[in-house]
Design a protein around this ligand. Structure first.
Ligand SMILES: [Zn+2]
Length: 178
């Protein structure tokens, strides 16, 4: 949706269509997933129990979807939160318009500005994720994968117009402290 809506689920519910960009749960054995092709897919977990997935393109990041997701985890008892970043488009492949780049840099700092392999201005989406999570006390995410546009077996809407999507799935094995 490229917004900031976060939903909480408390039990497995099959394939639930959700008009949101993030899902949080504290229930065990209740996998939550997000789909994407270039946007950042972020997995979050806490030893206190809550886990989450979030889909963050630049619009969602600007809307605060990652901060909202972590805030919701904290409402469910999370203290320590760790993050993992799945496949997403990286700056070498992500030419970005100057006006939009100014908007994103205005919120997350000039360190999100980058240069594409073409030499044109680019957005560093992994850095946007890192800066966004840092605002809510989450350390730099572990990188699980590289660039969707030029590396690995990932789908890319931007580079190849692919309509398929890859998924990032997170779940808790058991109730109680992980
Ligand atoms: Zn690339």
């Amino acid at each position: 949706m490229h917004g900031d809506r976060v939903v909480v689920v408390d039990a497995p519910s099959g394939s639930l269509p959700v008009d949101a960009d993030a899902i949080v749960t504290i229930a065990a054995r209740t996998p939550v997933a997000v789909l994407g092709a270039d946007c950042a897919l972020v997995g979050l977990a806490s030893p206190e129990g809550p886990v989450a997935v979030a889909h963050a393109g630049w619009r969602g990041a600007l809307a605060g979807v990652l901060e909202r997701t972590v805030e919701q985890m904290r409402l469910l008892g999370a203290v320590e939160v760790v993050a993992a970043l799945g496949p997403c488009i990286h700056p070498e492949c992500y030419e970005f318009g100057e006006a939009d780049l100014d908007r994103v840099a205005g919120r997350f700092g000039d360190e999100v500005r980058a240069t594409a392999s073409t030499g044109r201005p680019a957005l560093d989406l992994p850095r946007v994720v890192e800066r966004s999570l840092a605002r809510v006390g989450v350390a730099r995410p572990t990188a699980l994968a590289g660039c969707t546009a030029c590396g690995g077996p990932w789908y890319s809407h931007r580079a190849r117009g692919e309509v398929a999507r890859h998924a990032l799935v997170v779940w808790r094995e058991e109730q109680g402290p992980a």
